[in-house]
Design a protein around this ligand. Structure first.
Ligand code: PLP
Length: 687
């Protein structure tokens, strides 16, 4: 029996597995080959971290260097550090890697020093322990690349600090730190001792509380104390499950990686979230720990197809290697400078945006709301210059422009606005896609001495359920703003950056605005926003009038540069359009097949299905049912569910998503037929 400590969850874990190998855990004829065969049989990403303490002691003895220990850690001076480094990175690592490679495992031997994979810091008890270190940080981007290339990193626990000083790191601690940094689903400590034994009793599956109690109050033997402590550390920092055991023969890995018996606590959400976070989000939430492309893994190990994409943000899906590279390269060079200084990635990004869109100038910021806030301020400056300071800005029913004061003032939904009392004055709402109503509102305001200053509109209203503006309506707004000497502002925070099928939705719909606001997909998951303006407006701005500390941050700009490289690359938007046609047609088929659906809205890969008024379930129930079927979707407005795959979505994933959505709809409809009172089962869920 092995000792298994479950964190907040248990379940069929499929994320990365970190295995700490005791230096001698696999000694003996043929054992390494059998272990390699076991690894090959499990198609999962593995990271191995090895120890080698006994061999370090042997070599110290041969070299007449005394070995001393304090609380299980080797007291390390310059001489024993040299031995430990040579033995771990040379002898043990080479032996393991050679054996694994011979057994068909694509193992790569690395120490923490290589490429700065692990950065060390001195152990807090350095006075006693000497050159023993702890892991200060892990280069997860690089480790992720090695895993993405299908390789199995084999890490020797030797690392340097920022100044290049070498440290010997306890392998249990190193494995825990790596598992924690990777968000591993499973951390396995393999040694020649099969489990933790307390008071003569073998400890099987336990929770964190019991493991803590054992560590604090019991006599733990067999070198298990450091493993328990490292395991608890990892579990407290997001790792799913820790296992302490031995591997003795081929096939043993199966039970080491196995999920806990049915009936043990399965909780896919973190129980402490509601205690920690301001209550502005619905708790508990599904906790996601790992993602690749269009797929994500939750803490309970369950995989989902992610058609939310961080609400239209992850244009390149999860863990895009190019994005990781762009960010980590820039992180290694220059992280932040503020707008007191210039930086290359921001300038390059501004130049790209100008070239791509035909605008003249760019203001870089951090989010959609911040972009709209700036755009609305710029519009008021413009109105002031035209003598229209007492005028109005028109926004539209269903609009969502963000949660900051000005952006919120232009956001229509009463539930978002009303709790906050008085907002920015001078904003009126007109019905969406209704030119006559818009004209009537503008005329009424003008007659009262309040001329039109600007019109702010989403070419596709995302939050409202992918409602697309009629091109004729946009053309009408274009003409009306021109004749009133007012500005037309396009909020393309959600529909921009390729999501509509063109770089800008305005290009897709054939209308030019005076200001366009981008965010979400622009950074592929790294926060960044951009306000695109024309020279006549830019000429009104002067230094100090507006600004931001983080806007144009080099790392965010480098990330965005990579996103633009991909999106503007040959064939990319053609593929987006092909996938959009496939998705649109598939959703239309679902509308034809399911009586609860009214229609498909949106364009490109910004789509929504709208429920009929008399549908026997609401959008929240559908979001929940889709999730149970393995598909993540999010609500849009009061009657719709949005479908927002990453722009890199594969045709097969769209087919799979449609299948799962079909299953979810069938389930809800049949549930209603068999029990009409369950009709609004998901009503409480917000998304
Ligand atoms: N504008 C639109 C069209 C949006 O969809 C959103 C967010 O959903 C925002 C603005 C606000 O963006 P952020 O949440 O980045 O502030």
């Amino acid at each position: 029996m092995v000792t298994r400590i479950t964190g907040t969850t248990s379940g069929p874990a499929t994320g990365p597995v970190v295995i700490k190998l005791g230096g001698r855990a696999l000694e003996g004829p043929g054992r390494l080959a059998d272990f390699a065969a076991d690894l090959v049989a499990h198609d999962r990403p593995f990271v191995l971290v090895h120890g080698g303490g006994a061999e370090v002691t042997d070599w110290c003895r041969k070299l007449n260097i005394p070995s001393q220990f304090h609380e299980g850690l080797r007291v390390t001076d310059e001489a024993s550090l040299e031995v430990a480094t040579a033995v771990l990175t040379g002898i043990v690592s080479s032996r393991l890697v050679a054996g694994l490679v011979a057994g068909g495992v694509p193992a790569v031997g690395l120490s923490g020093v290589d490429g700065g994979l692990l950065e060390a810091e001195p152990h807090p008890d350095a006075d006693r322990l000497g050159r023993v270190g702890r892991v200060a940080s892990v280069d997860t981007a690089w480790l992720g690349e090695i895993l993405a290339a299908g390789r199995v990193p084999v890490l020797a626990p030797v690392a340097a600090d920022a100044a290049g000083i070498l440290y010997n790191i306890n392998a249990d601690d190193a494995a825990a730190a790596v598992a924690q940094a990777l968000g591993a689903s499973l951390l396995v400590f393999l040694s020649d001792v099969p489990s933790v034994v307390v008071d003569g009793r073998t400890v099987g599956t336990i929770g964190v509380a019991e493991a803590t109690d054992i560590l604090d109050h019991k006599d733990v033997t067999g070198g298990m104390r450091p493993k328990l402590s490292a395991a608890l550390n990892a579990l407290g920092n997001g790792v799913g499950t820790a296992v302490i055991g031995a591997w003795s023969a081929r096939g043993d890995l199966e039970s080491l990686l196995a999920t806990p018996a049915a009936g043990s606590a399965v909780n896919p959400t973190s129980p402490v979230e509601a205690d920690l976070f301001a209550g502005v989000y619905p708790f508990p939430r599904l906790e996601l720990v790992h993602g690749r492309g269009c797929h994500v893994t939750a803490r309970d190990g369950r995989d989902y197809l992610d058609f939310v994409s961080g609400i239209a943000v992850n244009a390149l899906g999860h863990a895009d290697p190019g994005l990781r590279n762009a960010v980590s390269r820039q992180m290694a060079q220059l992280v932040h400078v503020s707008n007191l200084y210039g930086n290359g990635p921001a300038a390059a990004l501004a130049a790209r945006l100008v070239n791509l869109t035909g605008y003249d100038k760019v203001f870089l910021c951090n989010s959609g709301a911040e972009g709209n806030e700036a755009a609305l301020k710029f519009a008021r400056l413009h109105a002031g210059a035209k003598g229209h300071q007492d005028g109005i800005i028109v926004a539209f029913d269903g609009a969502f422009h963000g949660r900051t004061a000005f952006a919120l003032s232009a956001t229509a939904t009463p539930a978002y606005r009303e709790p906050f009392g008085r907002l920015v004055p001078g904003i009126r709402f007109a019905p969406f896609n209704d030119a006559a109503a818009f004209d009537a509102l503008v005329a009424e305001e003008a007659a009262a001495g309040r001329p039109l200053q600007a019109v702010l509109i989403e070419p596709v209203q995302g939050e409202a359920g992918a409602r697309t503006a009629d091109p004729a309506f946009l053309a009408h707004l274009r003409a009306a703003t021109r004749s009133a000497n007012a500005l037309l502002l396009f909020d393309e925070v959600q529909c921009g950056v390729g999501r509509s099928g063109s770089f800008l939705a305005a290009q897709e719909l054939g209308i030019d605005a005076d200001i366009t606001i981008l965010a979400k997909g622009l950074g592929g998951g790294i926060p960044i926003g951009a306000v695109l303006i024309r020279n006549d407006l830019a000429g009104l701005l002067s230094a100090g009038q507006h600004g931001t500390t983080f806007g144009g941050n080099p790392v965010a700009a480098a990330a965005s540069g990579h996103v633009l490289d991909v999106i503007t690359g040959p064939g990319f938007l053609t593929a987006v359009n092909e996938r959009a046609v496939q998705l649109g047609a598939g959703l239309e088929r679902l509308v034809a097949a399911h009586t609860s659906l009214k229609r498909v809205n949106g364009l490109g890969l910004l789509r929504a299905i709208e429920l009929k008024e008399d549908a026997p379930f609401d959008p929240a129930a559908l979001v929940l049912a889709a999730r149970n079927a393995g598909l993540l979707l999010c609500k849009g407005g009061s009657r719709s569910v949005r479908v927002l795959p990453p722009l890199v979505v594969a045709a097969a994933d769209i087919d799979l998503a449609l299948e799962r959505l079909d299953a979810a709809l069938t389930h809800l409809e049949s549930e209603h037929l068999s029990n009409p009172t369950l009709a609004l089962a998901g009503k409480g869920e917000r998304s």
